[in-house]
Design a protein around this ligand. Structure first.
Ligand code: BGC
Length: 754
């Protein structure tokens, strides 16, 4: 066995000899010469490695910072020194990570640098809106910039790999992880996923402000039955391919370098042992050439899933399914040597897997400089920089969705925006003066002390308005002892702002809920405040759609403000007081009640679509089929009129295209932005088609009185689907097109595909 120093010298000599260039871009075809150099380098490294060291490169352990679950092993330091742990996660800050990297580089036999992963889901230190919120901006540039900025911030603190984007389509708001994705639509979900990949990875991975992205959770994790986390997923291959897989594919086509498996089974086989997903689809059909990491201990979990009898069988199943890296399970490290010796897995495959991991380390530039991401000065300059904080505010404002805005009782003007000349407002609710919960789920390193609360936001925005604050109620239990103080505050104020919703633990992983109304005594509180007859604005902050039908019926102004991160307070206050005109649109349907779930806009028509005059049609006896707020819905302080839908032709050839346009006019008195949405319906298919599918959108800005013509081009790509024989193509026939302000309203026209 050679001494590690000798080998590390070899690595640096190799680096020098080969004159490694760092001009890799993840989007462009790779220059051949660079490829050859990399391959030569990696080949010689793999030649030096023992089986144990190879298994080590396929092993990822969490640092002692227990964030996402139980830590299976506390001896990872020894594993690291022995070269049996090639990657770590949850180890961040330059001070902390640098010592671990030093151990890998200086104390292991081969000196291979570590990957440092982290769930930078919507921010590192500076926390941006939760993903479901930011999706409501429908602004791909804003989203890409957010992803770039949080990656840059995390990269300055030692992180070179993030487990983002999460592109799981979700139609069930009981599922707590709905907060982490972009909602229910595969088309929009793919575009957002791709924007995040571009933001995270940039054009050049060797740039130390860019890091590896990881598309997750492959696959169909969002379809967990009954919205219960980690639960079974069972769907047809058609449904999987038509609605659930596209966002993963689009995000990978944008250059994502890694993929994470999901906890769930798909068609009876847990994703981490699912060869159909990991090899047939991902590698063979899609040509993915990065590496796959499991979700947290999900190889081990194949034992309780019941597809393997023990961990060794689990390791074999995962390995042979096409999974490269074991997150936190320790089973690859433990069983790969035996499995190789027994001929159950092939060493050539092992080498291939190791190559896929080492390639990423190489492309990040870690062999050239393992400390590339570990620069204390850069960290200090980057954390909470003005650039980050400014964009956190902008992204938060763009995420807010105005759900309702009517005049308060006895008034003629819409209640919002509030006037800065008001004498006083009552600010009531558990989210009014609350830093921690504004951060939302997955605020891994987010620092609550930096959060600007709503109360402080209002003080900054409307300094002359007196604020009568009362917490009023909590998120859990039924303690009503704070109601009296809240009622007193409301009574002495001109307007009441209710800051209500979920705390940060009530959505996210392992945070499914079977009832999704306002938790704790908040519903009772708002009913008592409403009874006072004061004008009330409800600001609902939550990680999921809440069933707020009572609020919609009784409260004149309702704003959905999700969990907006570090700059929540100013974003909400500026919107309440009219410095910002809200333009967000929901990317997830808000149900009226839990019984309607799943309720989503791109559903099928059924053979008995609802007809009020016919009992035997598809409906409920106790609630309508319509959701509370549909996909794509969101209001503005101004109003928009849609008119004049036009088609360039009512006939389209298979290889041709048509344009569909309409004019949108700002008919109100405020300048505003509008997300103009374009949907298509395929009237007859060899298999049934959804009643509508989003195929385009444009976010436009209009001054009062201004109008703009917005056009969408239709090509055959927009009309393709998995036909009866599962070929992906368009079928001739009649189509409807819709241009509108949401999935439930708009102008219609027809065309025929020849
Ligand atoms: C989650 C993943 C996450 C991982 C690492 C798991 O529990 O499902 O989304 O990336 O932990 O923290």
């Amino acid at each position: 066995m050679r001494h590690y120093l000798k080998l590390t010298t070899n690595i640096s000599m190799l680096v020098a000899m080969l004159g490694l260039g760092w001009g890799f871009t993840n989007n462009d075809p790779k220059p051949k010469v660079e490829d050859e150099k990399m391959n030569e380098f990696i080949d010689s490294l793999i030649n030096e490695m023992t089986i144990e060291e190879k298994a080590g490169q396929l092993t990822l352990y969490t640092s002692g910072w227990d964030v996402t679950g139980p830590v299976l092993r506390d001896d990872y330091m020894d594993e690291l020194r022995a070269g049996r742990a090639g990657n770590l996660f949850n180890a961040h800050t330059v001070d902390y990570a640098i010592n671990l990297q030093k151990i890998a580089v200086e104390e292991t036999r081969l000196g291979i640098p570590l990957l440092f992963g982290l769930d930078v889901i919507h921010g590192y230190k500076t926390t941006f809106p939760i993903p479901l919120a930011e999706a409501a901006s429908w602004d791909l540039e804003v989203i890409e910039k957010t992803a770039h900025l949080y990656s840059k911030e995390a990269a300055s603190a030692g992180i070179n790999w993030t487990y983002n984007p999460m592109v799981d389509i979700a139609r069930d708001p009981r599922w707590g992880r709905i907060a982490e994705g972009s909602g229910e639509d595969p088309y929009l979900g793919g575009l957002i996923g791709a924007a995040k990949v571009r933001g995270i990875q940039g054009m050049d991975l060797s740039d130390p402000t860019t890091i590896l992205a990881c598309v997750k959770h492959f696959a169909a994790y969002g379809a967990s039955q009954a919205g219960r986390d980690y639960h079974t997923v069972d769907m047809s291959d058609r449904e999987l391919r038509q609605n659930y897989l596209p966002p993963y594919k689009v995000a990978l086509d944008a250059g994502a370098t890694t993929v994470m498996t999901s906890f769930n089974e798909v068609d009876g086989v847990p994703a981490s042992g699912n060869k159909y997903l990991m090899t047939e689809i991902l590698r063979n059909e899609w040509g993915f050439d990065g590496f796959v990491v499991t979700d947290y201990t999900s190889i081990n979990e194949m034992v309780p899933h019941g597809v393997v009898a023990d961990l060794k069988e689990a390791a074999e199943l995962a390995f042979n399914a096409g999974v490269q890296m074991d997150m936190q399970g320790g089973v690859y490290s433990q069983y790969i040597p035996e499995l190789i010796a027994e001929g159950k897995i092939k060493e050539a495959t092992l080498d291939e897997y190791v190559r896929q991991v080492l390639e990423m380390k190489y492309k990040l530039g870690l062999f050239e400089d393992p400390y590339r991401y570990l620069n204390k000065e850069r960290e200090q300059e980057t954390l909470y920089s003005k650039e980050l904080m400014d964009h956190a505010l902008l992204a938060a404002k763009e995420s807010i969705v105005l759900l309702k805005n009517e005049p308060a009782k006895g008034q003629s003007e819409q209640l919002l925006p509030l006037k800065k000349s008001l004498n006083s407002v009552a600010l009531i609710g558990p989210l009014a003066d609350n830093q921690k919960d504004m951060l939302g789920t997955w605020h891994v390193a987010g620092d609550e002390t930096k959060v600007v609360t709503l109360i402080d936001g209002i003080k900054q925005t409307a300094p002359n308005v007196k604020i009568n604050y009362a917490r009023g109620a909590d998120f859990n239990g039924d303690d009503r002892s704070g109601f009296a103080e809240a009622i007193a505050a409301a009574k002495k104020s001109d307007v009441v702002i209710m800051a209500i919703g979920e705390d940060y633990t009530q959505s996210g992983e392992a945070a499914s809920r079977s009832e999704i109304g306002l938790p704790g005594p908040q519903q009772a509180l708002i009913e008592e405040i409403h009874a006072l007859g004061k004008p009330v604005v409800a600001v609902v902050m939550a990680g999921r759609p809440l069933t707020i039908e009572w609020i919609d019926e009784n409260i004149p102004a309702v704003m959905n403000a999700w969990h907006l991160g570090t700059m929540s307070g100013p974003a909400i206050a500026q919107t309440l007081f009219g410095d910002h005109n809200p333009a967000g649109k929901l990317t997830i349907t808000f149900p009226k009640n839990v019984g309607q779930i799943p309720v989503y806009y791109n559903m099928k028509n059924t053979g008995r679509p609802f007809d009020a005059n016919n009992k035997y049609t598809s409906k409920y006896l106790d609630v309508s089929n319509e959701p509370l707020y549909p996909f794509g819905y969101g209001k503005s302080y101004t109003s928009f009129d849609y008119s004049g839908i036009e088609l360039s032709s009512t006939n389209m050839e298979m290889n041709g295209s048509i344009t569909v346009s309409a004019t949108i006019k700002n008919t109100g008195k405020y300048a505003g932005k509008e997300v103009v949405q374009f949907y298509i319906r395929d009237l007859v298919g060899s298999v049934t088609r959804p009643v509508k599918e989003l195929k385009g959108f444009e976010k436009i800005s209009l001054a009062p009185g201004e109008s703009k013509k917005v056009s969408f081009t239709v090509t055959v790509k927009d009309l393709e689907f998995y036909t009866r024989d599962m070929s992906y193509k368009a079928e001739p026939g009649d189509f409807k097109v819709f241009i509108g302000p949401s999935s439930a309203e708009g102008l219609e026209a027809d065309f025929t595909l020849k």
